[in-house]
Design a protein around this ligand. Structure first.
Ligand SMILES: Cc1ncc(COP(=O)(O)O)c(C=O)c1O
Length: 456
């Protein structure tokens, strides 16, 4: 108990992150310290990342073909980074390759393009009902896509995965699934999914955008049944917002076919008659790379590793449960996830009865200095389902110019968040619940300040 209290008063991670003490204005003209509960969207940088990027800047130079001293230093850091990334997620040193990308979205677009050229008679991709658009849309124009069902609590149905793998027999090229949902925070059992997929002759891609920043990831050894074939993630969700990400997968998958983006750096030799592509991963890294982004990614991996991903997960889980239990006492709150029945990252999707999701976000921001997110979080079908709307309902809404779109409010935690920030959040939610009419009137569309109409 004593330990708990002491721990709650001093978050060991707080001072590692930039901007935690930023003062921002409120609607009444006073200032407060900003609270950021929108970490599932993006995270502020580690101070160590800023420092590493800054100290590298005098060394910044062209990579690969430059012979200058700085070019050699830059090239070495760029290339050595791949092994650091592999070690972080336990990818295979020999068989896997790491492609540097802009973000998870670009990683998945690259993967979809590459695999669409290697169908080998398998024309089906199984995505799921809980995916972010980044892990749904890139597959749609290239494969027959079917979606693994979620149950009444929004959890992925393993039974439906198995029955769809059976239904399509040997036609499934890939099962593509999020490691953790950006809406409910549910963590999927990617190893069980991998085992099932492999047993049915399919590969697995894990969208790690919400997984890699929050818990230890292990791609497992090549050739084992629970091996993760492909993994994507973004650095900006892991305290390194400098525009980089990664796609990891077997080198052999990247050897044949055309790259998604074509141009310089991806080529070994070009004549007007023929293109000889570079070896992977360079083939999929056309143009001059975002070296500062890679330096930031490598730096954040070093910091996260030194903190211990297990510790990070434990800390964020304690924030989650603390907030969740207190939110249960606020009148009129509906939750859209159930951390008591499914392992969850630090994400709480909710609504308050009688307060539109967009107004709630605005009220939290302008009255209390608390940043959350609202809408459908780019996981539209999942949110529509969680809220009980059909695809037809959504089409009808799109057609009706008077529609006010439904949505969800999402609070999401990072390692630097404090229990005291959650206390401030809960106190303010209670204040809104008790003075609903006042706040809704003040911030409603009738005043013309916030357009809540089409915000998803
Ligand atoms: C689960 C999930 N996948 C993919 C993405 C896309 O990531 P990015 O915008 O960094 O490409 C996000 C972003 O929120 C996400 O939450």
């Amino acid at each position: 108990m004593l330990n708990n209290i002491r721990y709650r008063n001093m978050n060991p991670y707080r001072n590692l992150v930039a901007g935690v003490d930023t003062r921002i204005p409120l609607d009444n003209g006073s200032y407060t310290t900003a609270i950021n509960f929108d970490n599932a969207a993006t995270t502020p940088p580690f101070l160590s990342v800023i420092k590493d990027v800054d100290s590298f800047i005098p060394w910044y130079s062209s990579i690969h073909r430059g012979k200058g001293y700085k070019s050699v230093v830059s090239t070495n850091l760029y290339e050595e980074g791949r092994q650091i990334i592999k070690d972080f997620v336990k990818a295979d040193s020999d068989n896997d390759t790491v492609v540097y990308t802009k973000n998870a979205t670009e990683s998945i677009n690259i993967l979809a393009y590459i695999l669409s050229q290697q169908k080998n008679g398998k024309d089906v991709v199984l995505s799921t009902w809980m995916e972010h658009a980044a892990n749904d849309l890139p597959w749609r124009d290239k494969f027959t896509v079917d979606y693994i069902e979620t149950d009444e609590f929004g959890r992925l149905s393993m039974d439906d995965l198995e029955s769809k793998l059976k239904k399509y027999k040997n036609r499934v090229r890939l099962v593509t699934v999020t490691g953790a949902s950006n809406v409910t925070g549910y963590i999927n059992d990617v190893y069980a999914i991998a085992s099932l997929a492999h047993r049915h002759g399919a590969e697995i891609h894990v969208d790690g955008a919400q997984l890699v920043p929050h818990l230890p990831v292990d791609m497992k050894p090549f050739g084992t049944v629970s091996h993760i074939d492909y993994l994507s993630f973004s650095a900006h969700k892991m305290y390194a917002p400098y525009g980089s990400g990664s796609l990891i997968g077997p080198k052999s998958s990247f050897e044949n076919g055309l790259p998604y983006c074509q141009g310089g750096s991806a080529i070994a030799l070009v004549t007007h008659n023929k293109i000889w592509w570079e070896e992977p991963p360079h083939k999929d890294e056309a143009s001059t790379p975002n070296l500062l982004g890679i330096i930031a990614l490598i730096s954040t991996i070093k910091t996260l590793t030194s903190l211990g991903m297990d510790n990070i997960f434990r800390h964020e889980k304690s924030l989650l449960y603390y907030a969740y239990e207190k939110m249960k006492t606020v009148p009129g709150i509906t939750f859209y996830s159930h951390p008591e029945i499914q392992e969850t990252i630090g994400v709480i999707p909710f609504n308050m009865e009688g307060v539109h999701h967009s107004l709630m976000s605005a009220i939290l921001s302008y009255e209390a200095g608390i940043a959350v997110r609202n809408g459908f979080f780019c996981a539209h079908p999942y949110c529509e389902r969680l809220l009980g709307y059909s695809a037809q309902d959504m089409e009808d809404m799109m057609r009706d110019p008077k529609s006010i779109f439904p949505g969800i409010v999402r609070a999401s935690f990072g390692i630097y968040n404090e229990f005291s920030e959650i206390d401030r959040f809960i106190a303010f939610l209670n204040q809104v619940a008790l003075n609903k009419k006042y706040y809704v009137d003040k911030y409603s569309n009738s005043r013309g300040r916030y357009n809540i109409k089409n915000e998803v």
